[in-house]
Design a protein around this ligand. Structure first.
Ligand SMILES: [Zn+2]
Length: 374
């Protein structure tokens, strides 16, 4: 089966999930560039996962649609992507690519224009994004000059692919995984648009694809499961070699006692948000209680903060969560518990250790979901 890439309209984001956090001018600029469903021209086939999982089959109609095709068609196309309901291509006369339905199964990849963004479609209520694990440095995109550049989160892309395989082996299903294959010198997919793409149109398009793929995955999870888990996967270079879990809680908040934390911080201001109306689990227990993700990773042998053993960073550098976590978690009203996972170099740069972490993560994430689902 030939998998053809797809770019997704930014307007999809506006309609399904809301964009209250963006500037109107930025939205307009992105909307003007909303050309979708470009065929993938060149794909590194070694990066594809072509093994199908039979139970989740979706029809994707590939076409190129100009901006004038607009909102309704875009919504229709995106709904069809997940509901098997799109029988005919909505291609307009502006179409420049091949059209026609193809079938994509969970575990297989679709790509944005140019192959810069990869979306491994899933069928678990888990979305994993990898914004800083890319290698591609096309000359068509100038290097970013503002903000953080040059620091790639080494081996996070490889780790995500290991995690996919382990989920498949252990559950027969796979998470949704969105990978930015561009190097951070070209696109920082964990920043707001201007900082991320610095006004380059090709990088801007890739940024839109990256976030739209996450949106689509979350929309699907909301439709199928009601809610799920969103992980933004990173690597840190701190000397303190621990796994850092970000919930949009800063060090000073984590330093509070459980009682103080629960009394002073509203769950809605964190990436765990208010997903279940009848939730009774206190925030402190969600982030560092015995059934937290941190506790599970600790039990698997990975020192993690926050966790029952290490409730706060104690003055050490610590990433509390960034742009993606804010945008794609319950903090922004998404039906997804969000966690930024930051791995030290000692895990990422040692193959055996990285594989061990992938194994521990799969077990821990499934445990967290099961604990949090109640
Ligand atoms: Zn990162």
């Amino acid at each position: 089966m030939d998998l053809v890439g797809t770019g997704i309209a930014f307007l999809f984001r506006l309609s399904f999930l809301g964009e209250a956090h963006r500037e109107p001018s930025a939205i307009l600029r992105q909307a003007q560039q909303a050309v979708l469903f470009h065929p993938q021209q060149e794909v590194d086939k070694s990066m594809r996962n072509t093994a199908p999982i039979a139970e989740s089959v979706h029809r994707i109609t590939i076409a190129s649609i100009g901006f004038r095709a607009c909102h309704a068609i875009i919504l229709f196309a995106c709904c069809g992507l997940f509901n098997n309901s799109l029988a005919q291509s909505p291609a307009s006369s502006a179409s420049t690519g091949e059209a026609g339905p193809i079938v994509v199964t969970a575990g297989q990849s679709v790509f944005g224009k140019n192959g810069f963004i990869e979306y491994v479609m899933g069928n678990l209520p888990i979305v994993i994004s990898v914004p800083h694990g890319g290698y591609l440095k096309p000359s068509t995109i100038p290097n970013r000059v503002l903000g953080t550049a040059g620091h790639q989160d080494t081996n996070t892309q490889e780790l995500a692919r290991e995690i996919i395989e382990l989920f498949r082996t252990q559950t027969g299903k796979v998470p949704h995984v969105i990978i930015n294959r561009l190097h951070r010198d070209k696109l920082d997919a964990n920043r707001e648009l201007f900082d991320a793409a610095q006004d380059d149109p090709i990088a801007t398009e890739a940024w839109n694809e990256f976030h739209s793929f996450i949106d689509i995955a979350e929309h699907r999870i909301q439709q199928e499961f009601g809610r799920g888990l969103y992980i933004d996967l990173h690597g840190h270079r701190h000397d303190w070699q621990v796994v850092e879990l970000g919930y949009l809680l800063v060090s000073n908040q984590l330093k509070l006692s459980d009682a103080e934390l629960d009394a002073s911080v509203q769950l809605a201001t964190t990436s765990l948000g208010l997903i279940l109306n009848d939730r009774t689990t206190p925030l402190s227990q969600l982030v560092r209680g015995p059934r937290s993700l941190g506790a599970a990773l600790e039990q698997e042998g990975f020192t993690t903060v926050p966790s029952p053993e290490l409730p706060h960073p104690d003055g050490e550098p610590y990433f509390s969560g960034g742009y993606n976590l804010e945008q794609h978690s319950a903090f922004s009203g998404r039906k997804a518990w969000g966690i930024q996972v930051e791995l030290p170099t000692g895990i990422r740069e040692d193959n055996a250790r990285r594989h061990a972490f992938a194994t521990a993560f799969v077990k821990s994430a499934l445990g967290f979901l099961s604990n949090t689902w109640e």
